[in-house]
Design a protein around this ligand. Structure first.
Ligand code: SF4
Length: 268
């Protein structure tokens, strides 16, 4: 997506800045889930991207084939939203049920055109029962605001996002999710996608991306093109927690957001 001069001027007037400035307190990571490696990047001013910055160039939208989904009939495939939420809250299908405070089902309008899929709940998510809270949640909200989206439920569906994680329970100590945990939890996410029928999915972070796309490729190799999940266009980007530690990659994340806007409009 290319911003017109009028749009850029409007964003400047609104004082919308996409990213926290280098040195902001908000740059401290609040969880460990993101995209490896977790090396601290140099925090240069040049790495701080403002929504009013000139547009960056984008890779062409190239749809890749849908990945094959498991053919078994899921016991949750007929549930409506309330029943699905209740089923998740009572789930004991994997060991994570033993250490969670509560399940983290999802947040946002069930009429939203956009779906954000993250990895696993961190400590604050586990406490609050909502995905993407804390500093990475603030960064996500800023990213969404810069492209006219909100997790609030008052906006039009085209401006709304529904946010969910691939795992509904927090791995203890914020350890990485295990493959069997992701596999056991995926039916819940698939049902959320079926019920929501989003126009675009933005997958954030290595475990979300690799789980959804059945890939072992790093985020850096999978981003820049449009994939599909459950028939829905899917764009890959970095997790906000990773971006808080690696400011130089925020420019790439901005490219990814613009690609997602393009894909949502074209239905690529
Ligand atoms: Fe159930 Fe998913 Fe929680 Fe495991 S992580 S207990 S599969 S809801």
């Amino acid at each position: 997506m290319r911003w017109s001069e009028r749009q850029l001027a409007m964003l400047r007037e609104m004082g919308i800045r996409l990213w926290p400035a280098a040195g902001d307190d908000a740059n401290a990571p609040d969880d460990v889930h993101g995209d490896a490696p977790v090396a601290l990047a140099q925090t240069t001013d040049a790495a701080v991207i403002d929504a009013a910055a000139p547009p960056v160039s984008h890779a062409p939208v190239v749809a890749t084939p849908s990945h094959a989904l498991s053919s078994h009939t899921s016991p949750v495939s007929t549930l409506d939203w309330p029943a699905l939420r209740e089923t998740v809250a009572a789930c004991t299908a994997c060991r994570l049920c033993e250490s969670r405070r509560q399940t983290v089902f999802g947040v946002g309008s069930t009429r939203a055109h956009w779906m954000i899929v993250g990895e696993a709940p961190g400590e604050q998510e586990d406490r609050q029962g909502e995905p993407f809270v804390g500093k990475s949640g603030q960064l996500l909200d800023n990213m969404l605001r810069a492209i006219g989206l909100t997790r609030g439920e008052d906006a039009e569906p085209a401006q709304q996002v529904y946010i969910a994680n691939t795992l509904k329970c927090r791995p203890p100590g914020n350890r990485n999710p295990m493959p069997d945990e992701l596999a056991k939890c995926e039916d819940f996410l698939i049902r959320q996608v079926q019920l929501l029928q989003p126009k675009i999915i933005l997958a954030m972070g290595a475990f979300a991306v690799q789980g959804l796309l059945r890939s072992t490729e790093p985020v850096g190799k999978l981003r820049g093109r449009v994939h599909r999940y459950q028939g829905v266009p899917l764009v890959v980007t970095y997790h906000p927690a990773y971006l808080l530690r690696n400011l130089v990659d925020k420019a790439k994340a901005w490219d990814d957001l613009c690609l997602a806007v393009e894909a949502s409009r074209s239905g690529a």
